[in-house]
Design a protein around this ligand. Sequence first.
Ligand code: NAI
Length: 301
Amino acid sequence: MSDIRFEDKVVIVTGAGGGIGRAHALLFAKHGAKVIVNDLGGSTQGEGANSEAALKVVEEIKAAGGTAIANPDSVVDGDKIVQCAMDNFGRVDVVVNNAGILRDKSFAKMSDADWDLVYKVHVEGAYKVTHAAWNHMKEQNFGRIIFTASTSGIYGNFGQANYGMAKLGLYGLTRTLAIEGRKNNIFVNAIAPTGGTRMTEGLFPPGAFEKLKPELVSPLVVYLCSEQCQETSSLFEVGGGWMGKVRWERSLGIGFNPDEGFSPEDVQANFDQLCSFENAVHPKDNIEALKELMQNIQKFS
Ligand code: NAI
């Protein structure tokens, strides 16, 4: 066990003007990081802009003796946020993609604008910031990246088709960037947080909102972004002081003779077995994922 410190490290936290992002920014600064506090300062629905939100958090960090710069750009212009880090501190070591909005509607009522804006902020925004930081991280042989997913993406949630799509998409991005970044010491993980913020006001039973303090999410994020942490490609659910790791589980499955073919009725007759999680497997990568399929081909050749 060693102290987790970020002296000489530059950390970008997007959407850090309030809620969970603010808590991340404050904790990184407390641990010695130079922080870019990014926030567009719009509404939960993604309307408007206000540079005050980020400035206020920077004041808080400075008052506590930390170092931070406010940045009011939208994550959709992610290259500007990374440029801000380069201009002020000359490097970028950590990107925490946290900015987010909601456009909740049942799928029947969802407009193209609701779909597109949620995609743009969560997916394109996270892509833009991360992509602009990526080569700096490669060159310095160090990087830590967090994507903020959601249980609405992992499990689904009524009225959040756009949001769920975006949030689980970020986990797909996590998995591939973890593979591409590993040799350059760039580790990439995703969190699905739960926190009492303006985004979740009125959603939790009485008493729970106050207990779900946003700052209870941040220690995991700060640890995952430290030099000490070697974890990559993982997804964690975190909130209210609890945290756990999520993984894929797949049934052992059923195999038919590929040369003889089989009918929908054959699938029907074996469907319970196909869906049985007895002796389930937990593939960690594409090669492990293909194991049972390849074994089936070999079995019949
Ligand atoms: P929040 O609304 O308090 O914070 C989000 C921040 O992102 C706001 O300060 C907002 O101004 C900023 N933002 C929005 N669009 C932006 C853009 N284009 N560029 C830069 N900044 C922008 O919400 P909260 O709860 O703190 O959410 C943080 C993240 O956690 C989001 O990605 C959210 O989807 C995710 N999340 C939160 C959950 C919760 O229980 N609070 C549950 C699951 C996921």
